[in-house]
Design a protein around this ligand. Structure first.
Ligand SMILES: NC(=O)c1ccc[n+]([C@@H]2O[C@H](COP(=O)([O-])OP(=O)(O)OC[C@H]3O[C@@H](n4cnc5c(N)ncnc54)[C@H](O)[C@@H]3O)[C@@H](O)[C@H]2O)c1
Length: 321
């Protein structure tokens, strides 16, 4: 039985990953500063409530673990990462530096770091009809926000630990992962969850506010697909940064229309042009993940959004009750 640590295991992707590995039969320890427990069934063997900005806590978390998936991060959707810079960089540099060092000291056999599409340079993302970003496009560096700069710094930190300590490390770059059982309210939610919540809360007929003009584009990858890609990368030989995302580019207006159709409501959009909207267009190129991981997303955006919308609609009803 393999002993696996998932940091950020109380959060969105981490809890899905934990459930997947727990069901497979691994011994799964999750470490997080808080546990939302959106997943209602048992999804791990051990839960450790730890602040991973502290080295001693990282040493406790990694003790006796074969594989470490480091997903813990102080992060959120575009609203949060546009507004909060210092805290995001401070906390994440500490978490990522101490987690890597603790895994080294405790001799973890393999370590995986979850970076982000936010590392890619702004100058490649100024048009809604953007070309998919390839891994090598990260340089020359010019991430859009502080969160992206920290992710890029930690990618380099991983590279240094690979070179100097011969640590066995994997690095992936998620592109907009969405799905049920994740943050959908409170200011840290991402666009798909925020739109599902707004539409679930709206009257029928009703109106919702879109951030920006809705013409900004992104690609969205369902969480089960992301988890599959994450596990495949951990099990692979590939030790350089790699994209995990979808190549289907949609505008925020199109995303809203898909969710509206699922809801069965008649929804009108209003636009807040002063709200944060990030880069103008961003898409993933997953040629490399297809080649080295034999991985690509299997779940259609429409299909994934049905599950996501239904789950969020239920939570909105619960909150009202
Ligand atoms: N969701 C996405 O679309 C996406 C895209 C790119 C990268 N990522 C990265 O993937 C990882 C997981 O993202 P997610 O969407 O599940 O986010 P999430 O916010 O749901 O999960 C992150 C978890 O880290 C925990 N955490 C924060 N500070 C901590 C601390 N000091 N000590 C211990 N735990 C702490 C949080 O409590 C949270 O549960 C993150 O590293 C994130 O940057 C996610």
């Amino acid at each position: 039985m393999e002993r696996v640590l998932i940091t950020g295991g109380g959060g969105f992707i981490g809890s899905h990953l934990a459930r997947r590995l727990f069901k497979k039969g691994d011994f799964v320890r999750i470490a997080d500063i808080k546990f939302e427990d959106y997943i209602r069934e048992k999804y791990c063997n051990e839960k450790s409530q730890l602040d991973l900005r502290i080295l001693e806590n990282c040493l406790t978390a990694t003790k006796g673990m074969d594989k470490v998936y480091n997903l813990a991060a102080n992060m959120g959707g575009i609203g949060f990462i546009t507004e909060v810079g210092a805290e995001v960089m401070h906390d994440n540099v500490l978490i990522n530096t101490y987690m890597l060092e603790a895994a080294r000291q405790n001799k973890a056999k393999r370590y995986l770091y979850t970076s982000s599409a936010c590392v890619y340079p702004t100058f490649r993302q100024i048009d809604p009809q953007v070309v998919g970003l390839r891994e090598e496009d990260a340089y020359p560096a010019d991430p859009d926000n502080f969160y992206g700069w920290e992710k890029l710094y930690t990618e380099k930190l991983c590279e240094a630990y690979q070179r100097d300590y011969k640590m066995d490390i994997r690095v992936l770059r998620y592109h907009n992962i969405y799905g049920p059982e994740g943050t959908f309210k409170g200011g840290r939610e991402k666009a798909p969850a925020a739109l599902c919540r707004k539409i679930a809360e709206a009257t029928n007929p009703g109106t919702i506010e879109i951030w920006g003009d809705g013409k900004q584009t992104r690609s969205f990858c369902y969480v089960d697909d992301a988890v599959e890609g994450t596990v495949r990368l951990m099990e692979s030989y590939y030790d350089k940064p790699i994209n995990i995302g979808s190549e289907r580019l949609v505008s925020i207006n199109e995303l809203t229309d898909i969710i509206t159709k699922i809801s069965g409501k008649k929804i009108e959009k209003t636009y807040n042009l002063n709200a944060p909207q990030g880069v103008r267009g961003r898409n993933a190129d997953i040629t490399l993940s297809k080649k080295v991981l034999d991985w690509e997303p299997k779940i259609d955006l429409e299909e994934g959004l049905v599950t996501t919308y239904k789950w969020i609609e239920e939570r909105v009803k619960e909150d009202r009750a």
